[in-house]
Write a protein that binds this ligand. Sequence first.
Ligand code: SF4
Length: 226
Amino acid sequence: MQITEIYKSLQGESTYAGLPCIFVRLTGCNLRCSWCDSEYTFHGGQKMTVEEVGSEVRRLSPGGLVEITGGEPMLQEREVVPLMQRLLEDGYRILLETSGERPLERVPAGVIKIVDVKCPNSGEPDTFRLENLGTLHRHDEVKFVLSGRTDYEFARDFTRRHGLPERVNAVLFSPAFRKDATGARDSSHCLIDPQELAEWMIADSVPARLGLQLHKFIWDPALKGV
Ligand code: SF4
């Protein structure tokens, strides 16, 4: 499979935020989200076998959390599914970060899926594959990245219409980060002020969790490989 990078850092998103985590970042994506901070994954990378990726993960840590991300990892389903199976058998807890556009039926049941639903301002609206709702397990999480009030209302209504809180462990509402952000490690780079988002969520009693990208408040937001 084509790999952009494998590294160890802290998990920055989801209910696993703050935990040490190994990231396996696959190359390539078929979407072009307006606020994407991973454009460097669209091309390049190096070819690695399932065994080579497994060895590198083991070298970095004998156990713990591993996130499979991209790019869009499910574009390389043929190899990434056996990789996830292998890492599960080796005792790792696996998170799969996916755009929600690819079919997820073949993801092993033990993998915790963090599934995006793209909002109108992302530039990739209506790409969420509704059939993927049927693949969700109680341990999975659904994430909306928001860059305006329109996105918030879409996420709020989608969450209620599809009963997401009853299906998954967490529904995450996360302010998009300005993709050219650098320097200050604070919320000035968020495309929605987290305070404003919090007030909307409180006013509507939305059954979702406000998520900030922790790594962008720890390291320079422009830094890759963290
Ligand atoms: S799906 Fe993810 S990697 Fe692909 S363009 Fe959107 S944010 Fe970037």
